[in-house]
Design a protein around this ligand. Sequence first.
Ligand SMILES: [Zn+2]
Ligand SMILES: [Zn+2]
Length: 344
Amino acid sequence: MRAAVTERVGAMAMTERPDPPTPGPGQVLVHPEAVGICGSDYHFFSGELSEAAGGSQFPRVQGHEVAGTITALGPGCRAELELDQQVALWPLRACGHCYPCSVGRPNACDNFELIGIHVDGGLQGLLSTAQEQVFPIRAEDSAVAALAEPVSIAVRAADRAAIEPDERVVVLGAGPIGQCVCLLARERGAKVLVVDLQEGRLELSREMGADTLVWTERDDVVAFARRWAGPAGPPVAVDATGAPGAVRAMVDMVASAGRAVQVGMSTDEVSLRIGSLTEKELDLLGVSCCDSDAFAEAVRVVERNGALLARMISHEFPLEQAPEALRFAMSNPTEVMKVVIRGE
Ligand SMILES: [Zn+2]
Ligand SMILES: [Zn+2]
């Protein structure tokens, strides 16, 4: 089979690899039909995620946003899984015995293995995985089914934020994750304001029923958001950028006793006025991946909103051009919303 192998930091190449063996007990063989590429792929490729593990993750087949079809099932898989079924993959496997696992938060497991980061992912002809990570999904296009993974991050963010109907929610960043958070907040009945540097990205948010604002100066954005939400400020603010200015704006704009939710990944540092945490008694909440219940909900969100989510897919490449696809995505951040790589 063909595989796009990230051989070391900054180097991906197409190679021929042997097919995986017949699946063992509880294992499922999946043919990836569509693999979404996202910011965490850029971080891995450029060494920000991988070097933390001492570079031991190379060579690695990337691709954690995977939809495909089941081509073989090992013994002992749950009955709902069938041959030729369309599926989306929950990329996470937790250790089950660390502190986060022991308190029911496997998505923050200290030892988790993510498909496409710690174990080989979707950018190959066949992928063997545990049956617990395989979720049947119905989508007209497998590229849309692959969006279950970014949607699952938004489900987790909405759960962490505990969004209530009619609450005012500000989302900073209108990339794929910000759009998915907007969708989840709208589905939960919230009124949403989405902020982004690029006006063009805000159109999709407006179609989801959100108000929008183009990012200008941090203080102006904070003032606008507080006016928009009413005098107390928004009870929920979510950063989906990882940009220090946006993170600071999130903390500054959110209402006292509100929830500030960090979803965007970054290795940057941000300075915050310590008093904003004590005086406002904020809940400052992080989001890491999601658990299997949230992934199951993400599958249903995708099934309900296929046409809307399809509009996030801006570019497609065949598997054979996976290295070019990643290079293209990383060098055209303003043009690219979601790059999807199609399996052959
Ligand atoms: Zn992703
Ligand atoms: Zn664990």
